[in-house]
Write a protein that binds this ligand. Structure first.
Ligand code: KMH
Ligand code: ZN
Length: 302
């Protein structure tokens, strides 16, 4: 059986500082947590940046450059930079840091969608920063824009321009068909690292039958041309990644996707979540892929 690639999504642009004291914000915190996650078993580190002053998501390449070299110096993990960015960023802003850093891997979101994270604001009692509440509430009227032209532009500028390969983010069944369309037209090349995503309000719900359906659809569309991975938001993170492991898939954890370790227990770090899923997978007699093995499985430039 193939080894399991663990991706860790370290901070993201969904959660805000008031939701958890453990969410890494500054370049130093992001670097420290990313390195610890790699030491715990993550072969791939999916990275966003935040404004060190107030924790708001930033596309500023100068901020990315404060932590990317530090992480590269201390780990062999694959660097995967977001092209999704955060609420309100233009495509050019979203591409600025990846184009400067030329990473082995970037995320590529496979369709436009509503993306509502406002419900998670209800749990917050006091706000640390003025931007957080409106940021979350704006998502009731937010369209996460990823048109066919946007997708092709990302592939053109990063894939063709820099040899970057992609984590294809598929939040619903239609996104798998969008990816198949890109494969048919030879816009993208196998192996397709396909991240199927469950439990984002606006995408497919976190129900086991949906996980099976997404897998079966991807099997039908891509056959041997894809490498399957799963992430699920919030409390569904560990159950869904466990199911993925049992079904021969790869997994993504990290504080971008969930602030929790278990019921009522916040994760104190990204490494804690990596260690937990690693423990579960190894208990199931599965082996964890090293960064070198992940590079080979995903045909990365290295
Ligand atoms: N926030 C995740 C559900 C991106 O950065 O491009 C998906 C993601 C998007 O990681
Ligand atoms: Zn992300």
């Amino acid at each position: 059986m193939a080894k399991v690639i663990i991706t860790c999504a370290v901070t993201g642009a969904i959660h805000t500082p008031s939701m958890s004291d453990h969410l890494p914000i500054t370049p130093q915190e992001i670097a420290e947590q990313a390195i610890a996650a790699a030491e715990a078993g993550a072969a791939i580190l999916h990275l966003h940046a935040r404004d060190p002053k107030d924790g708001s998501p930033t596309p500023d390449p100068a901020v990315f450059m404060q932590f990317l070299p530090v992480i590269k110096q201390s780990t062999d993990a694959v660097i995967n930079i977001t092209t999704g960015g955060g609420l309100g960023m233009s495509l050019d802003e979203r591409l600025a840091a990846p184009l400067q850093a030329s990473p082995e891997m970037c995320s590529l979101n496979m369709g436009s969608m509503n993306f509502n994270i406002a419900p998670s604001a209800a749990r917050v009692k006091t706000w640390k920063h003025a931007w957080e509440k409106p940021y979350l509430e704006n998502t009731t009227n937010y369209i996460f824009r990823n048109t066919f032209q946007d997708i092709e532009q990302v592939v053109e500028r990063l894939g063709k321009g820099h040899g970057t390969r992609f984590e294809f983010e598929c939040y619903d069944v239609g996104h798998l068909y969008n990816l198949a369309h890109m494969l048919d037209r030879k816009v993208v090349e196998p192996p397709l690292f396909t991240q199927t995503i469950f439990g984002i309000l606006g995408g497919i719900g976190a129900e086991p039958r949906n996980l099976m359906f997404m897998k079966e659809t991807a099997d039908r569309l891509f056959g041997k041309d894809y490498v399957w991975s799963v992430l699920a938001a919030g409390r569904n993170q560990m159950p869904f990644t466990t199911m993925a492991g049992m079904l021969g898939g790869n997994v993504r954890v990290g504080l971008e996707d969930s602030l929790w370790l278990g019921k009522g227990v916040q994760a104190k770090s990204n490494a804690e979540q990596v260690a937990k899923i690693r423990r579960i997978l190894e208990e199931l007699s599965l082996e964890i892929a090293t960064p070198a093995e992940a590079r080979e499985m995903l045909a990365l430039k290295g």
